[in-house]
Design a protein around this ligand. Structure first.
Ligand code: HEM
Length: 511
């Protein structure tokens, strides 16, 4: 029988017994003991843009050129709802879900089936960016991790962690197990533990921080990734016996032209992407998962995103980035079927076997120099992007979803889509067929000392191989937009396949 090596841990439920006794100081949550160490080894469419008058812009502007249905509870936990109470005296998150009838859930299933995603429950289908409604809950368990092809939610909290130098393989597995158990609950609108916020001992810190009490699941998805440092650290040490299992392509991205990367905004051994339609729900998830990791992994950097810059389902309207352009038009989407196998999901033959069904995640914090951009003439902005600002149509003609014609020329014989236009250089025809699923977010983190907004695009992309991102980013060295961009953060992670009930995320890596 092993005891937990770290004080200050919360959230472990699977095969971990709980006593109701008061805690020693410094210990968070209910006191637990792990039964055996071998046990651990097993183990709404958004509203349309309001600036509709823009929709009629002409395509060329030469004259202006200046996973499914699983239950959230872990097997050994009671599936009984906690009393429907909240700190505010209202209905708890769990209570709210319990109140939803099978009919509502069934309607949600039908609405979501086009994306291959089943919603466990919903009460309001309209009014949010992801299309799921505030009370929608996506299954945590499934073939692929949620949060990749899930219709992009409106809000993001992303966190990268460094694992503690004292952590060993068993401790890492324990952490992933506890994260899995907590994520399975949080994504269903539950607290980290039953009664976690206000139902525990008066003499112990609550096991759940409580700020999501009374809030619904809000489409929360929690997606975990493993950075290169998990396999070998900076000194080359194989801390967890994983070095031989590192995917060959999982290494820090090469330096790209114009990179101004800040180490404190880059890298990480582990990452968690929390997306939701309510920022408080996303922040609650990262906060509680960070708390669970206490003593075992520390936050290295984190990023809030306040608005999605992609659509990952054809049911979603295309949102806008902070340059004011529609972003996500030509994205890979949940409905793209075999294209996802070709471009997003790691296939068995790709190796290593443990990553099959997973993906590679690239994160780039891209600062936009929006004060300079805001002085650029509309026609030039459109030439730089290669699409009209209103409709988002390619400058070669048509409407938003018309394929761009890069051969089309205007009266003077010059290409309608400039040779340095972003969409030309990013298009798969310029990159040996490389495509990716983009899932980025707008951010504004205050301002700098010069009074400029610290604003930009937190770019996230999922791809079958990092080579896809590398090819496109190299091609973008000639991008006219670069004058208004600065890449200040960069990270890459291997995102394991989805979790089966009774397992922990990434379990195949440790098998
Ligand atoms: C702040 C930086 C960026 C901005 C403002 C931006 C903006 C845009 C816009 C407005 C579009 C056209 C609409 C669409 O199809 O989504 C687009 C397309 C695209 N972008 Fe970006 N982007 C940025 C960075 C990147 C990066 C770093 C990559 C990858 C290395 C990338 C890859 C793509 C791809 C693959 C397309 C689709 C091209 C097509 O097939 O037509 N973008 N981007």
């Amino acid at each position: 029988m092993a005891t937990q090596p770290n004080a200050g841990r919360v959230g472990a439920q699977r095969r971990i017994e709980t006593s109701a006794d008061a805690q020693p100081a410094g210990r968070v949550g209910a006191q637990r003991r792990i039964e055996t160490s071998t046990d651990l080894d097993t183990g709404s469419t958004p509203s349309a843009p309001t600036r509709s008058a823009e929709a009629g812009s002409t395509p060329s502007a030469p004259t202006r050129s200046a996973e499914a249905g699983s239950t959230p509870s872990s097997p050994t936990r009671s599936a009984e709802p906690v009393p429907a109470r909240s700190a505010a005296g209202g209905v708890s998150r769990r209570g709210l879900l319990g109140l939803l009838g099978a009919g509502a859930a069934g309607a949600a299933v039908g609405a979501a089936s086009a994306t291959g995603i089943t919603m466990a429950a919903t009460s309001a289908m309209a009014g949010t960016g992801s299309g799921g409604g505030a009370a929608s809950a996506y299954p945590f368990f499934g073939a692929h991790q949620a949060g990749i092809v899930t219709p992009a939610q409106d809000r993001l909290h992303f966190a990268a962690f460094d694992v503690a130098s004292t952590l060993d393989r068993t401790g890492l597995i324990e952490l992933l197990t506890e994260w899995t158990d907590a994520a399975a609950r949080l994504t269903q609108g539950l607290e980290v533990e039953e009664g976690g916020a206000v139902g525990g001992s008066d003499y112990a810190p609550p096991a759940d921080t409580g700020e999501a009490l009374g809030l619904p699941a809000s489409g929360l998805t929690i997606t975990f990734g493993f950075g290169p440092g998990l396999f070998t650290d900076a000194s080359g040490a194989d801390r967890f016996g994983l070095a031989a299992r590192r995917p060959a392509a999982l290494e820090s991205l090469p330096r790209f032209q114009g990179d101004a990367l800040q180490p404190e905004r880059s890298g990480g051994d582990l990452c968690i992407q929390a997306c939701a339609d309510d920022p408080q729900v996303a922040v609650h998830a990262i906060r509680n998962l960070s708390r669970i990791a206490f003593g075992r992994a520390t936050l290295r950097w984190s990023q809030l995103g306040f608005g999605r810059t992609s659509s990952t389902s054809t049911a979603q309207a295309t949102p806008r980035n902070l340059f004011g352009f529609k972003d996500g038009t030509a994205n890979l989407k949940a409905e793209d079927g075999s294209a996802l196998d070709d471009h997003v999901w790691v296939q068995s033959a790709d190796g290593p076997a443990w990553l099959a069904g997973g993906s590679f995640l690239v994160a780039r914090r891209i600062r936009m120099i929006i004060e300079n951009w805001d002085r650029v003439q509309l026609g030039e902005q459109e030439q730089l992007v290669g699409r009209s600002k209103g409709e988002g149509a390619p400058l070669s003609g048509g409407t938003e979803f018309t394929e761009p014609d890069f051969e089309a020329t205007g009266a003077t014989g010059t290409p309608l889509i400039d040779t340095k236009a972003h969409v030309r250089l990013a298009h798969h025809s310029s990159n040996g067929g490389a495509r990716m699923l983009r899932r980025g977010y707008n951010f504004v983190d205050g301002n700098d000392e010069l009074g400029r907004l610290d604003a930009g695009l937190f770019f996230l992309s999922y791809q079958r191989s990092p080579e896809q991102f590398i090819a496109v980013q190299r091609s973008l060295a000639a991008d006219g937009l670069n004058e208004y961009l600065k890449h200040v953060g960069s990270a890459i992670f291997a995102v394991p396949a989805g979790v089966r009930e009774g397992e922990y995320v990434g379990q195949a890596l440790f098998a």
